[in-house]
Design a protein around this ligand. Structure first.
Ligand code: UD1
Length: 361
């Protein structure tokens, strides 16, 4: 069997790591195509080196742009690559513009498409990811769902016959790296200046357009973080930095200490060393959950509803609308102590993905 993985943005590289590892030594051919949607070293290269992913076989060098430009350029660049490779499967990951372009290029060429992380829904059509998920799921031949909730969403949309519950590959990679970090196999992460790793701190990230692109919204979020009584390590995505600069908003203020995005092991280590997480990232909500830290999500909804059970994750749509003490009490609350079960699977999802693909090649 020959499989082409199409990836391009940071979270896809994290998911690619366990898949590439599961292919290694199987005799199947696994070709990695990097669209180049993310190109900064700390959003791309460090994941290949840090997670032991083989270098991409093809790099399309697409870069940034509006949704149409980015998706369209990726689609045009992928056509000849997939035509030449003629794989048994094109495997697309998650919900970015690279995902949608990969699915459309393949389906138009009658090459079978499998969608990893199928069936997630926020039901918020303002999110570019929501369009990408729905369009990709409806184009794909095989829907590899991470959770029972995702399978239910697919069934509601008439896609049950194409769906297979495989579990979440993020568990595979997160727990492997957690164990390596715990064994001291990774150097301590470079936390933002002013964060004492031995004292309590929060890890924060913001990158969703709904949080970063409107100046009042972004200013309110940064002020809410700045007013917390615990130092906040804000690992700033380039989109956040660009939008803050554009709107003249100072990120480094009050409790906020700004730093670079971290490589994966650095992030896992930073979360393990923290007292909690404030984020709008889907991946980080789940990483906090898997690593046993309280998460506060600055969004009106989450796709990862399982994290809300037992109070591990709490949604705060607008921190600036809450009294300051109420917001602070939420954001700095300790992790719950209850058993969280294993709604995201057993850490062997990637092996299952390879097996299901091979059975249906
Ligand atoms: C993309 C995905 C989002 C995912 C996120 C993870 C889409 C629609 N969005 O959002 O689902 O959660 O990746 O990080 O596909 N930039 C750089 N260097 C880079 C890449 C981007 O500076 O290497 C800056 C550019 O100013 C760019 C902006 O970040 O315009 C946004 O990048 P883009 O790839 O469009 O979307 P993300 O916000 O990263």
């Amino acid at each position: 069997m020959k499989v082409v993985s199409v990836v391009g943005a940071r979270p896809q590289l994290v998911k690619l790591a366990p898949i590439a590892a599961a292919f290694a030594g199987t005799g199947h051919e696994h070709v990695i195509v990097h669209t180049g949607q993310h190109y900064d070293v700390n959003l791309s290269d460090v994941f290949f080196s840090g997670l032991g992913i083989p270098a991409p076989d093809v790099h399309l060098g697409i870069g940034s742009g509006t949704h149409g430009v980015q998706t369209g350029n990726t689609l045009a660049a992928l056509d000849p690559v997939l035509a030449a490779e003629q794989p048994d499967w094109v495997l697309v990951y998650g919900d970015t513009n690279s995902t949608l372009a990969g699915a459309v290029s393949a389906v138009k060429q009658h090459i079978k498409v499998a969608h990893l992380e199928a069936g997630l829904r926020s039901f918020n059509r303002r999110m570019p990811e929501e369009h990408n998920r729905i369009l990709t799921d409806h184009a794909a031949d095989l829907l590899l769902a991470p959770t029972e909730e995702a399978v239910r969403h697919l069934a509601t949309e008439g896609l049950a016959k194409r769906a297979v519950l495989v579990g979440d590959v993020m568990v595979d990679v997160c727990l492997r790296i957690r164990d390596a970090v715990t064994r001291g196999e990774h150097p301590a992460p470079t936390l933002p200046e002013g964060i004492d790793p031995a004292a309590p701190y929060l890890v924060a990230t913001l990158h969703r357009p709904d949080n970063t692109d409107r100046p009042e919204r972004l200013a309110g979020l940064v002020e809410a973080l700045a007013g917390l009584g615990v130092p906040v390590a804000l690992l700033a995505h380039p989109r956040l930095v660009a939008k803050a600069e554009e709107h003249g908003i100072k990120l480094q203020q009050g409790a906020v200490h700004v730093g670079q995005p971290l490589p994966y092991a650095g992030l896992v280590s930073a979360v393990l060393g923290s007292t909690g997480v404030v984020t709008d990232s889907g991946g980080l909500q789940k990483e906090a959950y898997l690593l046993g830290r309280a998460c506060t999500t600055v969004r009106p909804e989450t796709e990862w509803v399982e994290t809300l059970e037992g109070g591990w994750n709490v949604l705060v749509p607008d921190p600036a609308a809450l009294p300051a003490d109420e917001w602070a009490a939420l954001a700095t609350r300790p992790a719950p102590t209850g058993d969280r079960g294993a709604p995201y699977g057993d850490g062997r999802a990637a092996e299952r993905v390879v097996r299901v693909l091979a059975e249906r090649a």
